[in-house]
Structures are given as structure tokens and as C-alpha cells.
Design a binder for this molecule. Structure first.
Ligand code: AHG
Ligand code: MN
Ligand code: MN
Length: 323
């Protein structure tokens, strides 16, 4: 089975850029090891702190953030970083070519139940027209991303990565400690009979979401004419991994639950990298009626409604939005 580095070299990725990806993955292997040790590594449970989004930080949120932050700030390819767990942009090496945004630990509510969790990351070109630690560094549309990926800490640790070409899947080989190419090209089926949404929010949904989900549930007796099944992992990495593997539609729509948070998922380090991975595997990714990768961000921690997955099913859902 092919290893990561020869695969990236064959894709024409530069040695410097491969080294940057390796840096991120070194932190992921450390997190994977701690996660696999569970309670024994003392990483379960909460801290007494909250992040800028008002969410209680788990010990593993803080540890993962620290590991990735430290290793990236020591990499001479990285001009600045942004993280879900950092209030502001943190400056790295002046003049370096890239900036990195990440969700160090996605699916925090699954940590203590031994469920699926992951790390999501994205790499963008650094901007020379603004200060290294300016939030404007990261206010670039997702279509500028030069690399997007996630590491899923599940029964196996898997890396899903694109550097602009196909979305490829690797599995961490614990016997030698490297990522091996196990699915050279992920292709999301165009059609699906599986949807993912947190139904507990249904009373806060806007009308178009309610109408669409009602029709999904009506199955073969409704206007969509086929029976659907539902899955919800409570970790975007787990849900998107399923969609990339066998198709599906994943939604975290805007809702009226909390007027201060009209949507839940964050654009820069959740929606954008997942949108790039999905599009490069033949799927679609929208925020309402807008393509996610076209959104011009105006805040580091900005939230967006998310609708992504099998192309034909996303189109069906979009048709409800334009009615
Ligand atoms: P995070 O753990 O990084 O804060 O992200 C959690 C996100 C996402 O992974 C998941 O899809 C969603 O929150 C789950 O939300 P609910 O708890 O509302 O189901
Ligand atoms: Mn997350
Ligand atoms: Mn997180």
C-alpha cells in the first residue's frame, strides 16, 4: 500500500508543503494515541474554562489545541494560525507562505462516551497586504484553500485529505506509525437515501427545512418517492466521513433557537475544509442557497448554515429553498 509522502509527491506537491502537512499529522498521531488510551491518559472530562464561543472546553479540546498550536508555531512554513479554541489569530513565522486554521477536536460531546471525534484543518496562502496576526489573514473565501483535511479518531484512525486534486483516504498503520493510502479517490454517490440532521432542533427550523425533512420522512409515500434512513453522529467528522464513504446528505441548518447564534457550525475551520473535501469527491456544499466555498468571511469564528453531500440530493433540498 502506498504511503502518504510518495502519494503527495506523485501529486506534484512541493517538499516544503509536504513537510507542513507532516507537521500537522505529527500532532494528530499524538492525539490519536491519547484518545486510544481513553481514561488511562487522563484526557476525559471538562476544564473549568469556556472558549470564545461560550462553550465549556473539554480537557481534550485544550490538549489537542496546544499540541497542534505548538507544533505549527515551530514550523517555518506557517505565518499565522486560527483555531476554534483561540480567541484571536496567533502569529507564527514572519514572511512564511501559509496560514492554517483548525478545529483541534471536533465532536467534543463524544469524547467521554468513546465515540467518533476528529481534527479538521485547512491551509491557505498567507496575505502580504495585512499584518501577520490580523484576522484579515483568514478572511479569504474557501475557494482559496490549498489543502483541506480531517483526521477521524474512530475504531481506526483515518486521514482524509485533498491538496486540490482528488480527495484521498489514508489509514494510520499502528504497526509502523505512518498513514497508508487505503482509498485513492473518494467518490460520493450522486443519489442517496440517508440524511443527517439533529431532529431535536425541528421546532426552531425555518419553513423550508421543515418542509424538506417532512418529505424525507414521508418516504415512498411522499413526493420524493423513496424511503430514507437517518443517522446523526454529533461529530461533523463522523457524519461527513460517512457521506464521503457511501453518500448521504448532512445538514445543520440555520434556526431560531438562539438569536445570537443563527447557525452552529463555523465557516473557517469546519464548513470550508469539509466543502473542499466533498466537492473534490463530486459532492456539493451549500450555506442556504450560496456555495460555501464562495462565501467571503467577515469574522474568524463566523457560523454558517450547512447543507452538504450527494449532489442530486443537495439539489432536491435547494429546490425547497427557492420555492
Ligand atoms: P465541536 O465539538 O468542535 O464544537 O463541534 C461540534 C459540532 C459538530 O461536530 C457536530 O456536527 C455538531 O456540533 C453537533 O451538534 P449538536 O450537539 O447540536 O447535535
Ligand atoms: Mn467542530
Ligand atoms: Mn472543536
Amino acid at each position: 500500500m502506498k504511503r502518504l509522502i510518495p502519494t503527495l509527491k506523485a501529486d506534484g506537491v512541493s517538499i516544503e508543503f509536504i513537510m507542513l502537512i507532516r507537521t500537522i499529522l505529527a500532532a494528530s498521531k499524538e492525539i490519536a494515541f491519547r484518545v486510544s488510551q481513553g481514561e488511562l491518559s487522563g484526557i476525559l472530562g471538562s476544564t473549568l474554562d469556556e472558549n470564545i464561543q461560550g462553550e465549556t472546553q473539554k480537557k481534550l479540546d485544550v490538549l489537542s489545541n496546544q499540541l497542534i498550536k505548538d507544533i505549527l508555531l515551530g514550523d517555518d512554513q506557517v505565518r499565522a494560525i486560527a483555531s476554534e479554541e483561540e480567541d484571536d489569530v496567533v502569529a507564527g513565522t514572519p514572511g512564511a507562505p501559509y496560514i492554517v486554521a483548525f478545529d483541534p477536536l471536533d465532536g467534543s460531546s463524544n469524547i467521554d462516551i468513546n465515540g467518533q471525534i476528529g481534527t479538521i484543518f485547512t491551509i491557505l496562502p498567507a496575505r502580504d497586504d495585512v499584518a501577520d496576526d490580523s484576522p484579515l489573514q483568514f478572511q479569504q473565501p474557501g475557494k482559496n484553500q490549498v489543502c483541506a483535511g480531517y483526521v477521524l479518531y474512530g475504531p481506526a484512525t483515518m486521514l482524509v485529505l485533498t491538496t486540490g486534486g482528488p480527495t484521498r483516504c489514508y489509514t494510520l498503520d499502528l504497526t509502523h506509525g505512518g498513514y497508508l493510502l487505503t482509498q485513492p479517490e473518494m467518490n460520493v454517490p450522486q443519489d442517496t437515501q440517508e440524511f443527517a440532521i439533529n431532529m431535536a432542533n425541528s421546532r426552531f427550523w425555518f419553513d423550508e427545512t421543515t418542509r424538506y425533512v417532512n418529505d424525507l420522512i414521508l418516504g415512498e409515500e411522499g413526493p420524493l418517492g423513496k424511503r430514507y434512513n437517518m443517522r446523526w453522529n454529533a461529530a461533523m467528522v463522523g457524519d461527513i466521513h460517512r457521506v464521503l464513504t457511501r453518500g448521504g446528505i448532512f445538514m445543520y441548518p440555520g434556526d431560531s433557537r438562539d438569536p445570537k447564534k443563527p447557525a452552529k457550525l463555523r465557516l473557517l475551520y469546519e464548513a470550508n475544509p469539509m466543502a473542499m473535501l466533498l466537492e473534490n469527491a463530486g459532492a456539493k456544499a451549500y450555506a442556504g442557497k450560496q456555495r460555501i466555498l464562495d462565501i467571503q468571511p467577515d469574522d474568524l469564528h463566523q457560523r454558517v448554515p450547512v447543507l452538504m453531500g450527494s449532489a442530486n440530493e443537495v439539489d432536491v433540498c435547494l429546490s425547497y429553498y427557492s420555492e
